[in-house]
Design a protein around this ligand. Structure first.
Ligand code: AMP
Length: 422
């Protein structure tokens, strides 16, 4: 099948050529005709399947066919709500790419940055608005945005939206939408709560489904390196000696761990940057841009920060730790090998993480290939229950010692404070 077969208008076909799309992905092939046919759609699809184009392309086509240039100020006709700033930015960029040869205008709004630029863009008039829920409500309450002319509503990554506690915001937004509209609803998973939410939004929806979470892209080669906890960093440096690894997305479970990895890589003159929740929006955007532009070789990310990030033609993902939830592993490695490109994932596993590997293999029904030939083999074994207990006890003791010392210091520095407290 080609995009021509989907009966797309020529400005869109031309734009798709510019971004080098030749064949529609599975979700595009099934969703685009439905959306063009004005059906409501519920799609179970995760990022990486091409779902953005699956909704953006037919919506652009509707707008081009319907919009007469009356000369008045543009009214927001399309609203896309998505949980994270990174996703919002990427979706808006996609609308810009696919709508390049139309005169439609989009803008993106998200929290964590000052609102001035965003409200200026809104004042100028836009057709398509991509938003995260909090900032959207905020600007609606301030009177900058009205939803009364919305004809097309997209709720993206609904399951993550609920995970992130946006349910009340979403309900408030839905309440302000016109009843007459076309709605599209996407979620990677479809638990009961999501189905219930979809029923409040959609009318007789048609279902489309691709790539459930358990399916890892067939184009990703997966490798496993086992080593000791203390050798992880040396092993990472060894792996990075491979000059073919020009652009690596590396996952760390914790924010602190991510910063530490970046620091250690810098010591070896490997250009790296971290993105996680403690970084400002500007820092995150800069890190992502530097990585995409090839200025940073390694981008170190926590799971939340990395979700939904789209890096064109990313080939290498490294798991610096093994996630205890197998779905997280699938999300992580799904960052590479997108849209049919080849991808390589490397997982660095310490003894305590071995158990997680079998959960992952069970979920994906794929075996991860063990690489034995490396200089830092695993010699430690996983701890048994009583050893684990001892370690926990020691951790507890150290924590108590730390707080006791800190309180002592505080007390001696500021005796007045203590007296006042009493
Ligand atoms: P998405 O799931 O929307 O985040 O898209 C994942 C990636 O696939 C993005 O980099 C898109 O630019 C790319 N992509 C989407 N559709 C196609 C297509 N039909 N052909 C090639 N690449 C595509």
């Amino acid at each position: 099948m080609t995009f021509e077969d989907l009966k797309l208008i020529s400005p869109i076909l031309k734009a798709l050529k510019d971004v080098d799309y030749t064949t529609p992905t599975a979700i595009q092939a099934s969703a685009i005709p439905l959306v063009l046919n004005r059906e409501d759609v519920i799609g179970s699809a995760q990022t990486g399947t091409g779902k953005t184009a699956a909704f953006a392309i037919p919506i652009i086509q509707h707008l081009v066919n319907e919009t007469q240039n009356s000369g008045g100020k543009r009214k927001v006709q399309v609203l896309v709500v998505t949980p994270t700033r990174e996703l919002a930015i990427q979706i808006a960029e996609s609308f810009t790419d696919y709508g390049k040869y139309t005169n439609l205008r989009n803008t993106v709004i998200f929290g964590g940055v000052s609102q001035g630029k965003q409200t200026n863009a809104l004042r100028g008039g836009v057709d398509i608005l991509v938003a995260t829920p909090g900032r959207l409500l905020d600007l609606m309450n301030q009177g900058y945005i009205s939803l009364q002319h919305i004809k097309y509503f997209v709720l993206d990554e609904a399951d993550r939206m609920l995970d992130m506690g946006f349910i009340h915001d979403i309900k408030k937004i839905i309440a302000k939408l016109p009843k007459e509209r076309q709605s599209l609803f996407f979620s990677a998973t479809m638990p009961k709560s999501i189905v219930a939410l979809s029923q409040q939004i959609l009318r007789n929806p048609k279902k489309v489904a691709v790539s459930p979470v358990s399916s890892t892209a067939e184009t990703i080669q997966q490798y496993l390196y086992t080593t000791n906890k203390s050798s992880k960093h040396d092993l990472l440096l060894h792996i990075l000696q491979d000059a073919e690894m020009e652009q690596v997305l590396l996952f760390s479970r914790t924010k602190h761990g991510a910063d530490k990895i970046v620091k250690n890589l810098h010591k070896r003159r490997i250009e790296a940057a971290a993105i996680h929740g403690n970084k400002s929006q500007n820092q995150r955007q800069k890190a992502l841009k530097d990585f995409k532009d090839g200025k940073k070789r390694v981008l170190v990310a926590t799971d939340i920060a990395a979700r939904g990030i789209d890096i064109d033609k990313l080939r290498h993902v490294i798991n610096y730790d093994i996630p205890n939830e197998p779905e997280t592993y699938v999300h992580r490695i799904g960052r590479c090998g997108r849209a049919g490109e080849e991808g390589i994932s490397i997982s660095i596993c310490e003894p305590e993480e071995i158990a997680y590997i079998s959960d992952i293999e069970k979920l994906t029904r794929q075996k991860i290939e063990l690489v034995e030939d490396h200089p830092f083999p695993q010699t430690d074994r996983p701890m048994n229950a009583s050893e684990k207990k001892e370690v926990e006890k020691e951790k507890q003791r150290k924590k108590q010692e730390f707080f006791a010392n800190r309180n002592k210091k505080k007390g001696s520095q500021n005796p007045g404070f203590r007296r006042h407290k009493r």
